[in-house]
Design a protein around this ligand. Structure first.
Ligand code: 6PG
Length: 329
């Protein structure tokens, strides 16, 4: 069972230079050029229109690790100059690409440090991990080196339908040979506060034993975080307008009044999320298009940021969007 923590096939064919942030809002190519946008075409059928460009069904819009950070028009983009936005024709294609991306990182990190620390959220993300349980990935990944964590968990028994552990176990973990001791689920016998404290202790022990890296700012540094986003722009259990969004010190905290049921949860804080070596934000469905638009658009006039706009890792941020989620960009 679980541990006692219980306690690119894409080819860049063009590099286009664009003065601002988003391709569909501004005229192309006038100087000065402050951001590089890479459109990667993949071998898929008929093109569809993305923004004002005709591109193939899968494109990626990458923002160069930029020396021009200060000149981005939007604070959100300014903080995420390393963000790459990938748009896929369907959730199916998105899931394939997400599996490749995860498998590559797994291979790189295991090669570098002998372990791969991966964090998952609840929600629809788990279904989008299904391609990892299929050939070729299921046979090529060194599952014994994986260490799995949750960015947030509902404080319910692990066999409860609301449990993120149960969701991940049934949809993913039960199908791959990750050692049970490397799966760090919460202690469901404890209160929300107790479970958060217990998870913190678990993380600290893993830092001590070297399984988990630590960032320069002394927060745990996970190799990869896979995050979903709610229709209100929440990530993990960090909800718009909630005080937990401002937590600066704690690694793990708890909430008893989550606007999304169930109300009691534990969650990583933004300093931990943003210490990650890489983050994938996975969003599918036209129902979230308006939040994707708000999150990636110009927020210079916006007084309060959405939680998803605070996601800005030390390493890379990649948005995995299907066509529906990207439909308002
Ligand atoms: C949770 C989640 C939460 C989730 C988003 C997106 O436990 O509720 O971790 O942050 O990832 O709400 O969920 P959907 O993809 O199902 O909309």
């Amino acid at each position: 069972m679980d541990s006692d923590c219980d306690g690119r096939t894409g080819q860049s064919k063009f590099v286009l230079f664009h003065p601002t942030g988003f391709p569909n809002k501004f005229p192309l190519f006038p100087p000065p050029m402050v951001a590089a946008i890479t459109i990667s075409f993949r071998s898929l059928p008929s093109p569809y229109s993305f923004g004002i460009w005709e591109v193939s069904p899968v494109c990626s819009v990458g923002y160069r690790r930029s020396d021009h950070r200060a000149r981005f028009p939007s604070p959100a983009m300014a903080e995420s100059t390393k963000a790459k936005v990938e748009v896929f024709d369907s959730e199916e294609v998105l899931a394939e690409s997400l599996a490749k991306y995860t498998a590559n990182l797994s291979s790189n990190f295991i090669g570098e440090r002998g372990a791969f620390t991966i964090v998952v959220s609840g929600g629809s993300l788990i279904k989008s991990l299904r391609k990892l349980t299929e050939s070729p990935h299921v046979d090529s990944i060194h599952w014994s080196k994986w260490h799995v964590f949750w960015v947030d968990e509902r404080v319910v028994p692990k066999d409860h339908d609301d449990s993120n552990y149960k969701l991940a176990y049934e949809g993913f973990l039960s199908k791959v040979p990750i050692p049970p001791g490397n799966v760090y689920s919460i202690n469901d016998a404890l209160s929300a506060e107790g479970a958060a404290h217990d998870y913190l202790t678990c993380l600290k022990n893993l830092v001590k034993s070297g399984v988990l890296n630590i960032s320069e700012t002394r927060f745990p540094k996970f190799d990869l975080m896979l995050l979903g986003m709610g229709p209100d722009g929440h990530v993990a259990s960090l909800f718009p307008g909630h005080g937990l969004m401002n937590e600066k010190e704690k690694w793990v905290t708890f909430i008893k009044d989550s606007p999304k049921p169930p109300p009691e949860r534990i969650t990583f804080t933004f300093p931990v999320i943003n210490s990650s070596a890489s983050i994938a934000l996975v969003v599918a469905g036209a129902g979230k298009a308006h939040v994707v638009q708000a999150a990636l658009g110009d927020t210079s006039q916006v007084s309060e940021k959405l939680p998803v706009q605070i996601v800005s890792p030390e390493g890379e941020l990649t948005w995995f969007l299907d066509k529906g989620a990207a439909s308002k960009l």
